[in-house]
Design a protein around this ligand. Structure first.
Ligand code: GAP
Length: 577
């Protein structure tokens, strides 16, 4: 079996994750986390929270997963959140067209090609339908929007969508969130939650699914005045796979953050800061850093909002998989939501000294707008005011045209009350820029499992174990009675209870021989097992056995919770003897 097949088999058997709805034939692209997987996922999320919320001192929110259509009109998802689809004329199966091209050719960034070019590549490379083998040459390649649509309430008058990224739930609440930040930049808002994408071809277990968890941080900054504390991270070494390396024959190069910025390899200090901070995160959750890199996006690959973008990638089964996107989103999102909603998505930047500036203002004649535009008059007046602030040259001619909800209204300039006045101002409104590290929790969990899986031979018997970081493992300690009789079981249950009361995740197991119980815990990555035997009844000591080395030592029961705590904090069996 391949590395990925091994882990899927282990995941299903031991309760990490498995395909959902199997009783009804299964639903592609949906996975259920079993007891071990749900615990592992929670622990990964807790490490994320510890770094991006607690250590970085950001706020955490939890927004709804369904949002009205207007949000996605503004964000650009309705128009541009598409993948390319080709449907087989013979069997009707739908495929992600750019992936078919990537699989069949040396092209690595087929996503950046247009549908026509992809159609031609399918024809010239003679690509067949993976489901039935018929030729796909000539079958149309089209754009397919990935959002799941729904209706909010009965009827169809209020269309909504399941959010394709948690980020939008943060952006739309900016006018309120900035108040909690006392209207001061910079501040960050984090969210861990579900996102939904109607992927054309879900594949590779948790890698490409239709419902998944994202952990996203939206860091709002003033692009003119806010710099990251780069001095804290400038010596951190990053494995960088730059666009220059990708376009030539280069590979991953290790650069300290400071050097990478000086050499212009990373364009944004903010992005560099988060690439560096995230190294600690990946190491803490047990990603094998020899199978990890940061890859810069090629020009045609960037999302519709991103100005500078890097992906964190892990190597799984020979392929590189994106686990995190780091994007400098500029003011794209907040400007769009400001324009579409008419609400204030800016922050007031106070000047050191008041300044006198020229301002373009309007004072529209409502006695003209009212009869002319009826119910839209007030909106037209607002639109004129916004336009004057944004582009005073629009008022250079005899008439000016504004857009209100998709309709155009033309007003003679003399009726707008347009003038340039001198004003003394204490500050100005700025639209914050956004720096965004966006993590896919499922892909991280999957990477952690694949990278942690080990095989060895113990006492002549082959075993599989997960070398998970001890604090990340679903269970911290398993407690076994050697036999389930002679009071050993009662004693072991009491010890398990004490460990639980000490705040540890504990599993109690008395079924099967002791070797089999060790193997079961090894396979789910439990770092320590405690065995209660006949000596325990005499001398009040138990055996602690370590997962990776299988070494054992005896400790007094009364010292057990503290001993386990020290082991989880990184001490060794020798330290606690
Ligand atoms: N807000 C930015 C954003 O959503 P993205 O690169 O589209 O950016 C971020 O997604 C992360 O979400 C990815 O790095 C990946 O880990 C995860 N992700 C995206 N689509 C996914 C899918 N269909 N299945 C599993 N994880 C996915």
């Amino acid at each position: 079996m391949s590395e990925l097949e091994d882990i899927s088999e282990l995941a299903r058997r031991r309760g990490f994750f498995f395909p959902s709805n199997q009783a009804y034939g299964g639903t592609a692209g949906f996975y259920t986390y079993g007891p071990e997987g749900a615990a592992l996922k929670r622990n990964v999320e807790d490490v994320w929270r510890d770094i991006y919320v607690r250590e970085e001192d950001h706020m955490e929110v939890s927004a709804p997963t369904i949002m009205p259509e207007a949000v996605f009109e503004a964000s650009g998802h309705l128009e541009g959140f598409d993948d390319m689809i080709v449907e087989c004329a013979d069997c009707g199966a739908a495929h992600r067209a750019d992936h078919l091209v990537e699989d069949a050719t040396d092209i690595e960034d087929a996503e950046s090609y247009g549908p026509e070019e992809i159609g031609e590549l399918i024809a010239t490379h003679g690509i067949d339908c993976p489901s039935c083998g018929a030729s796909l040459a000539g079958d149309p390649v089209e754009e397919f929007n990935l959002m799941f649509g729904t209706n909010i309430g009965p009827g169809s008058s209020a269309p909504g969508y399941l959010r394709p990224e948690t980020a939008q739930g943060i952006f739309v609440e900016f006018p309120r969130l900035k108040e909690y930040a006392r209207n001061q930049l910079p501040f960050g808002v984090a969210q861990i939650g579900r996102a939904y994408r109607n992927e054309i071809s879900p594949r590779r277990a948790l890698v490409r699914v239709r419902e998944f968890t994202q952990a996203e941080l939206e860091h709002f900054i003033d692009p003119e005045t806010d710099d990251p504390p780069i001095e804290r991270v400038e010596d951190v070494e990053l494995p960088l796979y730059s666009t220059t390396a990708q376009n030539g024959d280069g590979g991953v190069e290790r650069h300290a953050v400071g050097d990478a910025l000086d050499a212009g390899i990373i364009g944004s200090e903010w992005v560099a800061y988060y690439l560096a901070r995230s190294m600690a995160f990946y190491e803490r959750i047990g990603i094998d850093m020899d199978r990890f890199r940061y890859r810069q996006h090629l020009a045609g690959e960037r999302a519709h909002y991103a100005a500078d973008c890097w992906d964190a990638e892990t190597e799984l089964g020979g392929d590189w998989i994106e686990v995190t996107g780091f994007a400098y989103r500029s003011d794209y999102d907040l400007s769009k939501h400001g324009d579409y909603s008419g609400e204030d998505f800016t922050i007031f930047r106070q000047y050191d000294e008041p300044v006198t500036v020229e301002r373009a203002t309007v004072d529209p004649e409502m006695s003209y707008l009212g009869p002319e535009f009826g119910g839209a008059a007030a909106d037209v007046a607002d639109a004129l005011e916004r336009l004057a602030g944004r582009d005073r040259s629009a008022f250079d001619g005899d008439a000016v045209t504004v857009d209100v909800d998709g309709d155009e209204y033309t007003v003679p300039v003399e009726r707008t009350g347009f003038e340039i006045t001198e004003q003394t101002e204490s500050g100005e409104h700025v639209t914050p820029h956004v720096v965004e590290p966006s993590f896919g929790v499922g892909r991280l969990v999957y990477s952690v499992l694949v990278h942690a899986r080990r095989e060895d031979t113990v006492d002549g018997e082959e075993r599989t174990y997960l070398e998970l970081p001890p604090t990340l493992a679903p269970t911290a300690v398993a407690v076994f009675p050697l036999m389930s009789r002679d009071g050993l079981d009662d004693r072991a249950e009491a010890i398990a209870e004490d460990l639980r009361r000490a705040g540890l995740e504990v599993s109690y197991d008395e079924s099967g021989n002791i070797g089999r119980r060790y193997r079961r815990q090894d396979e789910v990555g439990t770092p320590y097992c405690v065995t209660v035997d006949y000596d325990t009844l005499e001398d009040e000591t138990v055996t602690i056995r370590e997962r990776d080395s299988t070494d054992q030592t005896r400790v007094a029961i009364e010292e057990l919770p503290e001993a386990i705590r020290r082991l989880l904090a990184g001490e060794t069996l020798a330290d606690i003897e």
